[in-house]
Write a protein that binds this ligand. Structure first.
Ligand SMILES: O=C(O)C(=O)C[C@]1(C(=O)O)C=C[C@@H](O)C=C1
Length: 397
């Protein structure tokens, strides 16, 4: 499901041709079709009056379309609060074949995710009451079901969405076949296309509206605080700061990114000062002082992502890399890994059960007043087998 090419858009052109034919508006690709959660997250940051939004079929397509310049930005799901990492995205960040040398993360977007079961209500089907009035007028919520679902034989969805609705699938659709597809909106299209009505989709209320599907059950996620975090990709981004032209070439911050930083700082009750907020400073690095508090909120306000591999047979190699962040007094906020799939020729690092590691840490490569991020990344490059900075951005939470 993660291996096909660009999806044709409504004009019949493929997405690449569509980009070439569009106006000067910056372009943003997202996991389509429209009404996917990635589309909803994209609309949140890239309004359609200012950006051209391009649906593509897979998460890999988002990386290749952005890397090739056919889109200025790409929006990818990265992790979910209840189901963890989006492995399709991590696999692209692992960049095992060196396909994305210029991509970096420049922003994050959070989206509350509330799933529905979409499908067709059979003619004359009984509705399944989701609540009842208890004595004293108190409403007791019994079930997310709105309609009977006994006619459903198969459910389509993105595997991430299935992983967020395990209780509902177990309790209300036990024994029903689940079919992984490339997105929840693609799942809704497949459910709509099944005239027998036996197919349903774990998808969104937005997809139900777009496609005219019935909502058979709502709020079927395991946890009501279910949230997905998305990353915005662009080419470059490691270079200088300053004002932007919006084309996403990564050499400067475009206006929408400056605006996000302004909003974040204002939320903290701080006055926005562009020069102070986005310096490219090369200051001397301080001596180690493990007990010292961070001196600049730049370090807690911003985040960075990096990947690395370590010599597999070297005891302490992973700890040595993590220690680079401790010594630079940078707070690590997550660590993850994917199989490296390194082929023969990588010596002791080739073969099964070798990993690419990912770390997220507080601090920004271009807003680094004490040089701590630069120092950590330089140190990691010295002790790891390979390493790569994958982006820095102002955190939204
Ligand atoms: O399938 C979609 O609608 C998506 O945008 C993908 C995705 C994901 O991969 O995490 C996005 C948000 C939800 O967590 C479920 C699916």
């Amino acid at each position: 499901m993660e291996n096909s090419g660009l999806r044709k858009n409504e004009t019949g052109l493929d997405a690449g041709a569509a980009v070439a034919a569009t106006t000067a508006k910056p372009t943003v690709c997202f996991l389509g079709p429209v009404s996917s959660y990635t589309h909803q997250a994209t609309l949140d940051t890239f309004p359609e009056d200012k950006f051209d939004l391009i649906p593509v079929e897979t998460i890999k397509d988002i990386f290749t379309t952005t890397q090739s310049g056919r889109a200025d930005y790409g929006v990818v799901p990265f992790e979910n609060s209840s189901n963890g990492s989006v492995v399709f995205t991590l696999d692209q960040f692992a960049d095992r074949d060196g396909e994305y040398p210029d991509l970096s993360v420049c922003a994050e977007i959070y989206l509350d995710v509330h799933h529905c079961l979409l499908g067709h209500v059979p003619a004359a089907a009984p509705s399944s009451s989701s609540s009842s009035a208890a004595p004293g007028g108190v409403t007791v919520v019994k079930s997310p079901l709105i309609h009977d679902v006994s006619h459903v034989r198969r459910v389509y969805s993105h595997p991430q969405a299935f992983g967020q609705c395990t209780r509902f699938l177990r309790e209300s659709l036990r024994g029903v076949e689940t079919v992984d597809v490339s997105s929840t909106s693609r799942a809704a299209e497949l459910a709509r296309a099944d005239a027998s009505g036996e197919s349903a989709a774990v998808s969104s209320a937005a997809a139900a509206r777009t496609l005219g599907l019935d909502v058979l059950a709502r709020d079927i996620e395991d946890r009501d605080d279910n949230t997905t975090r998305f990353f915005v990709l662009r080419r470059g981004g490691g270079g200088g700061g300053g004002g932007g032209d919006g084309d996403g070439d990564g050499d400067s911050d475009p206006e929408w990114l400056v605006e996000r930083r302004r909003r974040r700082m204002e939320r903290e009750g701080r006055t926005y000062d562009k020069a102070a907020a986005d310096p490219l400073q090369e200051k001397d690095v301080e001596e180690d002082d493990d007990d010292a508090e961070p001196k600049d909120p730049a370090y807690s306000r911003s985040k960075s992502l990096a990947s690395f591999t370590v010599p597999h047979r070297h005891p302490g190699a992973l700890a040595d890399v993590l220690d680079c962040f401790r010594r630079a007094r940078l707070n690590l906020t997550s660590i993850g890994s994917r199989p490296s799939l390194a082929r023969a020729g990588y010596g002791a690092d080739a073969g099964a059960f070798r990993y690419v590691f990912f770390v997220e840490f507080e601090g920004h490569r271009r807003d680094d007043p004490e040089g701590r991020v630069r120092r950590a990344l330089d140190d990691v490059a010295r002790v790891a087998s390979s390493s790569r900075w994958l982006g820095s951005w102002v955190g939204m939470r």
